[in-house]
Design a protein around this ligand. Structure first.
Ligand code: G6P
Ligand code: ZN
Length: 543
């Protein structure tokens, strides 16, 4: 088969963000765009000659075409083997698992996660290393540097490889193994959780609803929840993955998963509701009438993980991203285990997990996971919750109430201002940076600033530092405001304002969240002049 060397020129803006490169699908579909980026990845990792790689994606529009290009480029550059999910589909955690199980050198994951899919929506590509986790910053920096100097790429000329069935194929010398996307992942879940106990719970009339949001977890959830655990047929809804996710926004939060929220607050609500995102790494947990914030979910999972066989030995430590509420810290403190605060982005957990410092990790952006893979894992979180519910025989609300009564409650909310002109968003952040030194001691909306900084992270494992990771303003009563610009948007800038207020165990534990946070919201406005800079009088999305 012919290998072509194609001349190209660098394309602007191929800088990987929080989680790989995400752009409008049509941008990715431009001539050379995908090829340039794939070649830059290949060059940055020292080539793929003789390597085994994993390939899969969330099935969004262009997933199938991109997979063929990546296969032909790997074949042209001497890769030994690519393991690919049927139809080029793999959820992100399943891809991470396959990389680890097969001892692969890394993998390409095609996804823009929770961003909408379709020809006019978003596409994305990222590279994960041999530990199964997203490439660390050192590697993504190299990839970006390479995109700026690229002059050619190599690709094999060939027909499409038939990926529609599990089996084997070859492309030139390169082997291709096509695997069922669900099998290995489901087997891993069976090793971590007490499937018998969950089966008994479900047989006992416990009802659940899992919303796959027409995204990649549909087949995974059907197999695990319905076929293996015996949830009633139809418990998994919107289970058929579609290239445009049915026109929806596959982000599991109360705003985008409102269909599920309506079911869970309705008259015939099941006992447990959950949803996952485009590529299956995020989760939303909701009890009957009781939404669990991702930050609280992490804390509850940390406090109860020992009830699942995979974590019966207890946890080495718990890590959370900086904007995630400090609820998990309180659990770690009481348990006398390590607790870590990292920048936003799952890749920062990789070293802590590899070094055995943290067992559980979580983010306010609806991601929770553990050392079983090196990505966050939506269905894993659902199964751990079910395992805990089966062991405790309490409702979700009762578990939350008991948790707060023991540790206190970190009221929490995130306000997003989307598609803000980049200059305005940068100006807001620059102004805050400039005033950090003056904030301590000042009072806003009755709250006194204790300290304020721009978060910098020193990785305790490899000693690397990551600066400018977000503005943190802490108040003397334990409240906190964090402000940062999203690293995953594809249009203008998204300002995220994270609001937190702590009430101790003997404080007010059942206030409406909005009321509890009102002074913190007001302080954020007084400090940052959000309305003035964004031109909005309220956030576009509140979660
Ligand atoms: C992706 C990453 C997460 C991150 C999230 C939010 O889902 O995998 O680790 O927390 O994006 O990122 P953003 O920069 O948009 O706040
Ligand atoms: Zn995702």
């Amino acid at each position: 088969m012919t290998i072509s060397t194609i001349s190209t020129t660098p394309i602007e803006g191929q800088k990987p963000g929080t989680s790989g490169l995400r752009k409008k699908t049509r941008v990715f579909m431009q001539p050379h765009y995908l090829e340039n980026f794939v070649q830059s990845i290949i060059d940055a990792i020292g080539g793929v000659k003789g390597k085994t790689l994993v390939l899969g994606g969330d099935g969004r529009f262009f997933n199938d075409r991109a997979a063929q290009v990546i296969l032909r480029m790997c074949a042209a550059q001497g890769a030994k083997k690519v393991i690919v999910g049927t139809g080029a589909i793999l959820s992100t955690p399943a891809a991470s698992n396959l990389i680890r199980q097969r001892g692969a050198d890394g993998g390409f994951i095609m996804s823009a996660s929770h961003n909408p899919g379709g020809e006019s929506e978003d596409f994305g590509l990222k590279f994960n290393g041999a530990n199964g986790g997203p490439a660390p910053e050192g590697v993504t920096d190299k990839i970006f540097a390479r995109t700026k100097e690229l002059t050619e790429y190599r690709i094999m000329e060939s027909q499409d490889v038939d990926l529609s069935q599990p089996g084997r194929a070859t492309l030139g010398e390169m082997e291709i193994e096509i695997v069922d996307p669900v099998t290995d992942y489901a087997a891993l879940m069976e090793t971590l959780f007490d499937f018998d106990a969950i089966r008994a719970l479900l047989a006992d009339g416990f009802r659940l609803s899992f919303d796959a949001m027409h995204a990649v977890t549909g087949p995974y959830a059907r197999e695990i929840l319905e076929n293996r655990l015996g949830a009633k047929s139809g418990s998994v809804v919107n289970a058929k993955p579609l290239p445009d996710f049915g026109g929806g926004h596959p982000d599991p939060n109360p705003v985008w998963a409102h269909e599920l929220m309506e079911v869970m607050t309705g008259p015939d609500a099941p006992d447990f509701g959950a949803a996952s995102d485009g590529d299956g790494d995020r989760n939303m947990i909701v009890g009957r009438g009781a939404y669990v914030t991702p930050s609280d979910s992490l804390a509850v999972l940390a406090a109860n993980a020992h009830l699942a066989p995979g974590y019966a030995k207890g946890l080495a430590g718990v890590a959370r991203s900086m904007p995630t509420s400090r609820a998990a810290d309180l659990v770690a403190e009481k348990a006398g285990i390590g607790s870590y605060e990292t920048p936003t982005g799952w890749k920062f957990f990789g070293n802590l997990l590899d070094a055995g410092k943290a067992t559980l990790c979580g983010e306010e952006s609806a991601g929770t996971g553990s050392d079983h893979v090196r990505e966050k894992d939506g269905l894993w979180a659902v199964l751990l919750w079910l395992n805990i519910l089966a062991a405790k025989k309490q409702s979700v609300q009762d578990i939350m109430d008991a948790h707060w009564a023991e540790y206190g409650r970190n009221y929490y909310s995130r306000h997003d201002y989307e598609a803000v002109p980049t200059d305005d968003a940068n100006a807001l952040v620059d102004r805050l940076r400039g005033m950090l030194g003056e904030l301590p001691g000042q009072e806003f909306a009755g709250l006194t600033v204790e300290n304020a900084d721009d978060f910098a992270y020193l990785d305790p494992v490899d000693g690397s530092t990551s600066k400018n990771q977000g503005i943190r303003i802490a108040f003397t009563d334990g409240s906190r405001i964090v402000m940062r610009l999203s690293g995953t948007g594809t249009e203008g800038a998204t300002l995220r304002v994270y609001l937190e207020r702590y009430q101790p165990a003997d404080g007010e534990l059942s206030l409406p969240v909005e009321d509890a946070l009102a002074p913190v919201v007001q302080a954020a406005e007084e400090i940052a002049h959000i309305r003035e800079y964004t031109g909005r009088d309220k956030p576009d999305v509140t979660t």
